[in-house]
Design a protein around this ligand. Structure first.
Ligand code: NAD
Length: 492
């Protein structure tokens, strides 16, 4: 039992392989670090290649040799059991996520409560509504009168590779549709945030009828153990959320066995503020770049301000960034906690140096907070007079760093927003809903918010254009991500 300011929790250090909670074959463990205190919280089994091979074999067997893939009612029941088990652990999970991910307790609403609401429930309910088969018009090719139908079937074994920023949210939104559609899965959590996943393994083993091998949870400190999923011919699909660099590598490694891939990758989303917008009302939303220390793929890290109101906008943004509540993630008032690791903190700091070197003007933050002597914190940071070609406007920083870019007119704003290798998300604000919507339709991203509208939900297909990804999670499109299509011609 670990005591924290948010509550006590009992972590699980064993992984789940073939229905059993087990240590690594090597007996190795690795440390789980609290990013807010830099203290070792405890340890977790450190899977090696042997453990991963067993997990893949178990998932393959469960898919090929049980009726998991075909028994819809049983799958729904199992997902409902898992939902109940997760809800009973909700407060322990909250304390654990605050401790291992540095998620501010206020951010656990998105990290935990929101996926607990619908990430399993929506796909479980969709099992009954989904058209698993559809009839096509009869055919008569070569004079053979035939009936024809299209059948949807699970892909098979899925390798689910999870990032550390929203680990439970991502895992739940993968697991729901993966299991609802009848696949089996090997989940590989990020080394920085293993316990939310091993807890899931414990709940599955102890509180559900999910058959052995259907879900395997394999934490490892070695990225290459996860990479084995991309190389193994027994794995049919990789579902990955994380950086674009790793996403490209996964495609490359998976090419040899023609892996199906779902990739949800990085972003450099723009918030366009039109010249008719009420700046005092809309610009506080730009402080969202600090939410969970900017460690979110869809954060709007570029703000596009009209030149005609640039000075006014910058003044407001300065006040917003100077007043971000940051620090102790266990404090309910905190919006920005630490970066997840020293490596990530150093990465963010190196981007800040690049911003200065390339000539952007730093007007808020830019350093490590002097009043926090422990923890991987970075100050809320504001750059103005940023040119969109600068590194801080082009690359995903994954930190509390906002870049303000001036523009001339709507056409210019659209051009700048789209001048990015990424295409994940964004926002448009205007006093005219029609003008904002017209701009939103011209932004090349997989999601967009108009005048602060929220798009997120288990029923909403989410993913990226361009290098922000391939495929969609959630919604009907996300359900179909995990399905194959079989065309049957038949007589009789
Ligand atoms: P990463 O993409 O390398 O890690 C994410 C997951 O991929 C982890 O589980 C990791 O173990 C696994 N992984 C790493 N290399 C792998 C490989 N070769 N084969 C299979 N799995 C592999 O991210 P990172 O290095 O932890 O973070 C670096 C940057 O990535 C961040 O600063 C941020 O810009 C970006 N990132 C983006 C997201 C997102 O949701 N868009 C999430 C996490 C990180």
């Amino acid at each position: 039992m670990i005591e924290t300011n948010v509550g006590p929790f009992t972590p699980e250090r064993r992984m789940l392989i073939d229905g059993k909670l087990v240590e690594a074959a090597s007996g190795k463990l690795f440390d789980n670090i609290n990013p807010a205190t830099e203290e070792v919280l405890g340890s977790v089994a450190d899977a090696g290649h042997e453990d991963m091979a067993q997990a893949i074999a178990a998932a393959r067997r469960a898919f090929d040799e049980t009726d998991w893939a075909t028994d819809h009612a049983f799958r729904r029941r199992c997902l409902e059991q898992l939902q109940v088990a997760l809800e009973s652990d909700r407060e322990q999970m909250r304390a654990e996520l605050v401790a291992e991910a540095g998620t501010p307790v206020a951010v656990t609403m998105l990290q935990l409560d929101s996926p607990l609401e619908d990430a399993l429930r929506w796909p479980a309910e969709h099992i009954e509504q989904f058209p698993w088969e559809r009839q096509l018009p009869d055919g008569n090719l070569f004079g053979v009168a035939s009936k024809r139908k299209v059948v949807k079937e699970p892909q098979g074994v899925v390798g689910a590779i999870i990032p550390w920023n929203y680990p439970f949210e991502v895992t739940a939104n993968k697991l729901g549709p993966i299991l609802a559609t009848g696949n089996t899965v090997v989940v590989k959590p990020a080394p920085d945030t293993p316990w939310n996943a091993t807890r899931l393994g414990r709940l599955i083993a102890e509180h559900t009828d999910i058959p052995a091998g259907v879900v395997n949870i394999v934490p490892s400190s070695d990225h290459l153990v996860g990479e084995a999923l991309t190389l193994d011919p027994r794995v049919d699909l990789i579902s990955f959320t994380g950086s674009t660099v790793t996403g490209k590598r996964i495609m490359e490694k998976g090419a040899a066995t023609l892996k199906r891939v779902f990739l949800e990758l990085g972003g450099k989303s723009a918030m366009i503020v039109c010249d008719d917008a009420d700046l005092a009302q809309v610009l506080p939303a730009a402080g969202g770049v600090c939410y969970h220390a900017g460690q979110g793929c869809a954060v709007q890290s570029r703000v596009l301000l009209p030149r005609s109101r640039y000075a006014e906008g910058v003044e407001i943004l300065k006040a917003v960034m100077e007043n971000i509540p940051y620090g102790d993630p266990t404090d309910p008032a905190t919006m920005q906690g630490p970066q997840v690791s020293a490596k990530q903190r150093d990465r963010v700091m190196s981007y800040i140096r690049k911003g200065i070197d390339e000539g952007a003007e730093l007007i808020v933050g830019g350093g490590r907070p002097s009043h926090l002597d422990k923890g991987f914190f970075v100050e809320p940071t504001l750059f103005v007079d940023v040119d969109n070609s600068m590194t801080i406007a082009q690359e995903e920083i994954f930190g509390p760093v906002l870049a303000v870019i001036p523009y001339d007119d709507d056409e210019d704003a659209i051009r700048i927003a789209n001048d990015s290798s990424y295409g994940l998300s964004g926002g448009v604000f205007s006093a005219s809903p029609e003008r904002a919507m017209a701009i939103a339709h011209r932004i090349r991203t997989g999601s967009i918010s108009v005048n602060g509208g929220m798009w997120y939900g288990a029923d909403g297909p989410y993913g990226g254009y361009k290098t922000s990804g391939i495929g969609r999670q959630n919604g009907v499109e996300g359900f179909e991500t995990y399905l194959e299509t079989k065309l049957v011609g038949y007589i009789g």
